[in-house]
Design a binder for this molecule. Structure first.
Ligand SMILES: Nc1ncnc2c1ncn2[C@@H]1O[C@H](COP(=O)(O)OP(=O)(O)OP(=O)(O)O)[C@@H](O)[C@H]1O
Ligand SMILES: [Mg+2]
Length: 240
């Protein structure tokens, strides 16, 4: 398979345009196969729920690297658009509109619970000091459940914009849960999450990210205080 033209790069994978016009998401070497299979299952679930997202065609292997073949979505990422235009309000508004659309969906009881997902991430986080780990696990045990569709990694580089048409990408962390947990995830990613590799003008993003995070929360119609119970747990899960 031709992997000459790279059209994207994230923290888990590179994405190439194939000769057939598909997007091949090729995970970095050693990336666990179980996680790749989970993304495929989740992406298919998102398509079945009629969420605007690329169709997926199945698993492939290229030179010992696992990959998923997706429909290619046209346009540029919302992060790119933000960096090109500096339009913080427009980016926040698009994110909030799409996120409300996702959170209005419910997932069945047998979908992974976001608390279970976070517990696993905290437990396997080798960089988190032991005391902080115990504290975060105790806080997690007191948090509410829910049935809302939680993307788990909803940030502007996981949204592709073709004019005003948006597509949501990257379903690795899909869970069901309290919608506020997912808003807290996005707030955390906007305010202090790591940038994807090779982002041009990273310094400019650093300067606007606080404003973007606050503007996003405002457009979600939510008080930041409501995120407080989830934020320490999310920080612990993503630590390091
Ligand atoms: N189906 C697609 N069509 C067009 N471009 C895509 C497609 N899938 C991914 N991309 C591009 O590749 C980039 C990386 O893809 P993706 O977000 O799936 O990778 P990731 O490593 O899981 O990212 P993250 O750092 O968010 O975990 C996207 O931001 C997007 O620009
Ligand atoms: Mg991504």
């Amino acid at each position: 398979m031709n992997t000459q033209r790279k059209i994207g790069k994230g923290r888990t994978a590179e994405v190439f345009l194939t000769a057939e016009g598909c997007a091949l998401k090729l995970f970095y070497p050693e990336y666990p196969m179980q996680a790749v299979e989970r993304e495929l299952r989740n992406a298919r679930m998102a398509v079945a729920l009629h969420i605007p997202t690329p169709r997926c065609y199945g698993l492939v292997t290229v030179q010992d690297r696992a990959g998923i073949l997706y429909e290619r979505a046209a346009g540029e990422s919302l992060l790119n658009r933000l960096m090109r235009t500096g339009d913080v309000a427009g980016c926040a508004s698009t994110l909030a509109r799409l996120h409300r659309q996702l959170l209005a969906q419910t997932l069945p009881e047998d979908a992974l619970d976001v608390r279970e997902f976070l517990r696993h991430e905290i437990e396997r986080n080798g960089k988190l000091p032991v005391e902080e780990k115990s504290r975060a696990l105790a806080q997690l045990a007191a948090l509410p459940g829910g049935n809302a569709l939680c993307h788990g990694d909803f940030h502007p580089d996981n949204v592709l914009m073709d004019g005003e048409r948006a597509m949501v990408l990257d379903w690795m962390n899909l869970c069901r849960g309290d919608p506020i947990s997912d808003v807290a995830q996005t707030w955390h990613l906007l305010a202090c999450g790591p940038l994807p590799p090779d982002v041009p003008a990273a310094q400019e993003f650093e300067e606007m990210r606080g404003l973007l995070a606050d503007e996003y929360i405002r457009r979600m119609g939510m008080e930041k205080e409501r995120l407080a119970q989830w934020l320490p747990v999310i920080k612990a899960a993503r630590f390091g």
